[in-house]
Design a protein around this ligand. Structure first.
Ligand SMILES: [Zn+2]
Length: 299
């Protein structure tokens, strides 16, 4: 962070939602809930969604992925910015330079296995998340077939680092590891390395985005973090619903009125996906945005 002037050439940060659904996507393969059924029939006023994926760039040439979705292949094919350059001589290329993992959830890491084609990639994850993938799940060794294929960098809560001209700060927000890790193994892992929220700042414009996947709760300390205040870890709680008192709609609508707040990772059964329904209207009326695949923000 010492030489911010180094990054003076950067003009802004582009954020693209490549996928906006929770694990399973929308519609989900084995689901015939009202939403999935009416979407398949073409009767829903609403959008199909691939599984949650965010990409961001400070120059619109090289891209950082926030997590790696199981739908990454089709997301790359739907977003030309993320496809191999056609002007370079080599046939193998990707504008994707790095992946920041917020946790080890399957719908956040399976996409890494799609990127195993000896393509050099830089993956940022907490030590515990890296151990779960590399030491416990032998399939992920495919990422380490060749020296220099995947470079791992440890993430630590509240330790800022520079990435492609941006500054990223992780904050530990939940101590819960995925079910597949098992309770015995989870005991050996650090509780602060399970789930990170990411605050990413463009040092030139001072514009900042926060990514809070699978957040269990938002409290005043966390809100302060998002507003650039002192960092503290969140208490461990169950998931918060969107509606109701202390639901995410109420909490987010009171957080920094000038902030743009976007819902992503939306479950296929959520009534908010019906854009003609009262839940969608409530989100809109609270000044919040329902994210959708392909949504772009420039900061
Ligand atoms: Zn469904």
């Amino acid at each position: 962070l010492a030489n911010l002037s180094e990054y003076d050439k950067i003009s802004g940060m582009r954020i693209k939602l490549l996928g906006s659904s929770a694990g399973g996507g929308f519609p989900q393969w084995n689901c015939s809930c009202t939403n999935c059924r009416s979407l398949r029939k073409g009767e829903l006023v609403g959008k199909p969604r691939s599984q949650s994926q965010v990409a961001l760039s400070s120059d619109s040439k090289s891209w950082i992925l926030l997590n790696a979705s199981p739908d990454l292949r089709s997301q790359i094919e739907s977003n030309s910015e993320l496809q191999p350059s056609t002007t370079l001589e080599q046939t193998r290329h990707t504008p994707i330079t790095s992946v920041i993992l917020t946790n080890a959830d399957l719908d956040h890491v399976l996409g890494l296995l799609l990127m195993r084609e000896s393509q050099p990639i830089h993956v940022y994850a907490t030590k515990s998340v890296r151990k779960i993938l590399i030491e416990d799940n032998s399939m992920f060794k495919m990422l380490d077939q060749k020296q220099g294929q995947v470079t791992w960098t440890d993430l630590a809560s509240e330790k800022s680092f520079e990435i492609s001209g941006l500054v990223c700060t992780p904050y530990s927000i939940d101590a819960k590891y995925p079910i597949y890790v098992g309770s015995e193994r989870a005991k050996e892992l650090s509780p602060t390395e399970a789930v990170q929220a990411l605050v990413i700042e463009d040092p030139k414009t001072k514009k900042r985005m926060a990514y809070l996947p699978g957040i269990a709760a938002l409290d005043e300390d966390e809100m302060r973090n998002l507003n650039g205040g002192q960092g503290r870890t969140a208490r461990e709680m169950g998931h918060i619903p969107m509606s109701g008192p202390k639901g995410s709609i109420e909490l987010l609508s009171t957080l920094g009125p000038k902030l743009k707040k976007v819902f992503t990772h939306i479950n296929n059964t959520n009534p908010v996906l019906n854009e003609n329904g009262p839940e969608f209207k409530r989100v809109h009326d609270a000044g919040l945005t329902l994210g959708h695949d392909g949504m772009v923000f420039d900061l």
